[in-house]
Design a binder for this molecule. Sequence first.
Ligand SMILES: Nc1nc2c(c(=O)[nH]1)N[C@H]1C(S)=C(S)[C@@H](COP(=O)(O)O)O[C@H]1N2
Ligand SMILES: [Mo]
Length: 208
Amino acid sequence: MMDAMAIVNRGFVGRPDRSGVKLPPGQYRTFDFPVLSAEPTPDIALSDWRLTVQPTGGPLRSYRWDDFTALPHTDITTDIHCVTRWSKFDTRWRGVSMDVVLDGMVDTDTDTSAEQGYLMAHCYGGYTTNLPIRDLLHGQAWLVDTYDGEPLAAEHGGPVRLLVPHLYFWKSAKWVRRLRLMPGDTPGFWESHGYHMYGDPWLEQRYS
Ligand SMILES: Nc1nc2c(c(=O)[nH]1)N[C@H]1C(S)=C(S)[C@@H](COP(=O)(O)O)O[C@H]1N2
Ligand SMILES: [Mo]
């Protein structure tokens, strides 16, 4: 009876009924915090750290560590889902909303479904990943510097990483150095090695 209802609801809304479901298809829950890095952990002194935001036109925005810590921070509690099939529930972070980071650079007033371009995250160490701008706005993505009340550990992307929890965790770039806005979608590191361009864990968009 319950199953039949779920099927009816899925058909009606045209997408999976996720109410009360925390584990996306094909995932298992872990209580560890695995480290997945394609490159060695870079050693970044806070005095040398820079974050540059590069619009398609207009001036660059560049932050030193003190500039970044002075931006408004928010607390985030969220589930994360790695394409290698582990999910971790209720992870606690603190960071700057991408709404703040991109303020004045993109049109935040348009409908969220409107095409607003893409962003390539470039990392210390060379890793890259591509994201649609619309997925970074409206409280869906952050640049985080704190995990579980402590400064973000280097192995997990400290000083600063992206957190885009509604997409597979490879989109949450560690050691972010430069955010480059792009008119079109271009594959980043894993995307050019066969990972999906978008990566919705609920649709199992693992590979393309
Ligand atoms: N710079 C960089 N960011 C990265 C990666 C990487 O190799 N380099 N791996 C990605 C992948 S595949 C995952 S699952 C997560 C892992 O984050 P964690 O090591 O904190 O668990 O970081 C993502 N961000
Ligand atoms: Mo991953």
